[in-house]
Each structure stands twice: as C-alpha cells, then as structure tokens.
Design a protein around this ligand. Sequence first.
Ligand code: TPP
Ligand code: MG
Length: 341
Amino acid sequence: MMTEKVLQKLQVKSLSILNEHGEVDSSSTIQLSEEILKKMYAKMLLTREFDQRCINLQRQGRMGTYAAAYGQEAIHVGSTTAMQTQDWLVPSFREQGALLSRGVNPELLFLFFMGCEKGNEIPKELHTLPYCVPCATQITHGVGIAMAAQYKKENLAVVTFFGDGASSEGDFHEGLNFASVYQAPCVFICQNNQWAISTPLKQQMHSPTIAQKALAYGIEGERIDGNDVLAVFIATKRALKKAYEGGGPTLLEMLSYRLGPHTTSDDPSRYREEKELHLWKQKDPILRFEKYLLNKGVLSEEEKKVFQEKISEDLKKHALEAEKICQALKNQDICEFTFKK
Ligand SMILES: Cc1ncc(C[n+]2csc(CCOP(=O)(O)OP(=O)(O)O)c2C)c(N)n1
Ligand SMILES: [Mg+2]
C-alpha cells in the first residue's frame, strides 16, 4: 500500500501582544496613535455599558432576551478598528461591540432587542448586516457577499463572526470550502468563548484548536488571544490586507471566555465552575487594556471617569428614545413586544 504525505507539519500560529498585567511583548512593532487607542478603549467601555443597560432593562421587563458580550469586547473592537469603511461586517447575535464600533446607532440595537423590526434597519453605508440568530447561517451569507465583491471587482473584504459552537454546523464547513475554492476575500472570526450555551468546548469537538480546521480547506488559520485588543487588531489587519491583495480567506480563532450567562434566560452556575470563571476574570480584556493605557500615560483616571459618565448618559437617552419609538409602533400594531405591567 502506498501512502501520500499530505502535511509536512501541523502547526497553528498563535498571537498575543498584551499580557494580563497590561505589558506589551517587547518584540511587537504595533504603532497606533493615542487617538485611536483612546477610541478603542471608549468603544470597549461602550460595549460593556450597553450590555449592562440591556440586562437591567430586561430584568425590569422592558426588553426581550439578551445575549451579552461580557468578556469578548476586545474581539469586537480590535477587529472592527482594523476594518475599512468599504468592508462588510456580517455578525452573529452577540456582536453589539462590533456593530457599535462600526457606527450603528445604539438606539437601533435597543430597538432590535425590544423586539422591533426597525432595529434591523442599519443604514446601508455602514456595510453592516443585521444580527443573525440561526447559528452559522451567516457564514455562507458572508462568503456570498465576498464572492459578489470579487465578481464586481470591488476592493473590499468581508468579516464574518460566529461562535465555537457554530463551527460544528455544516454551514461553517460549506462556507470555508466555497471561500477557499473561489479564494474569496473573507476573514472568518470565530469567537471561541469556550461555551455553546451549556456545552463546553471539549464536548463540541475533539481537535485541540478551531484554527487548525482551516488547514483542511487549504487556507490559513491562526489562534489569537481574544482578550488582547492589540493582537486582535493586528491579526485582522493582516488577514484583511491578504484578502484585498487576492490572497483569499483566513480563519482567525479568537480565544476568549464568556464571562456572563449565555443569555438573560440562562444560569451558568448550574453547569460551570466558579473557579474557571474566576480565572478568566483575571484576564478581563478591558482591565488589561486600561492598565496598558494608564501605564503609557495615554489615559488618566480623570479621563476614564469622563468617558464612563458620557457613555452612560448617552446610552440612557438612546434607550428612552428607543422605548418611545417601540411604544408608538406597538400602538399601531407594528411591534409585537409586550411590556410587563
Ligand atoms: C441553527 C441553530 N441551532 C441551534 C440554535 C440554538 N442556539 C442558540 S445559541 C447556541 C449556541 C451557540 O454557541 P456558540 O456558537 O459557541 O456561540 P456563543 O453563544 O457562545 O456566542 C445554540 C445552539 C440556533 N440559534 N441556531
Ligand atoms: Mg461559544
């Protein structure tokens, strides 16, 4: 019997720049202006504050089920900061940080989670698709957009988000295969938060990484520290550049952890260890970035407070406005959400 050597060596590249203490790897050459660094930080804060406000609204019966991005803010902000206006963002259902970072008005997101269809009306020029709740189906949509752009000779790439659980769906494999065959300008971002509702990663798959699955499709795969906003930025920028230059798709596995429940309808204390949560809280992406910015002198405690207050104030206004719109639509029988008495 003859055997053919297909792979010389199986290797998964991994990237991490900013450690838990907010120290940057000395070999890193990342250069971002203070203005961009501050914007990234503010967007991460905005994402966390948006989550908190939605959870509060849901608990008061003023919003439907909500899936927080708590712990995954670096993935959303790092990747979208690397994108250009003409690129397309194709989200799943937990990417509020990415949508807000692309410039989607928080009011629209509030409306969406209040059950108003109007929340899906994202302005076309933002090149951002609305949320997609059926797991992994958006991967093939993203590949379709990339193939259309390629056909029309448009110089853009498509960034598609999905979870570790979604990587077990057929759409993931079909999407990667098609993107690879056509060398479509796609960047696949798998948010490996290590849980798919109550299913841990080790019950989801037997392979040690998600990144290595790229190999089967003849594309590049890389594992990134998803709690490190700088590493996420660099990896996405690199993958986008390759896509613009006709180098085809890339799979980026962003390793992180879902610090909160799956949604407001879930109680993770029934299926996961407090120890594990505690460990990952030490790796909080916002605290890490904050330490870095404070040490570097880019951010002061005073500015931090100003950012927080401004974000909180703005979101409060947007949420109230969304509620008014929602109520008006409900009065016309256009919105189906029923507020608790
Ligand atoms: C096709 C499909 N099957 C099942 C579900 C129910 N469901 C919602 S979220 C989820 C788990 C998703 O896990 P993962 O892809 O890791 O994303 P995460 O929730 O961790 O962000 C499942 C099974 C769904 N939304 N769509
Ligand atoms: Mg998951």
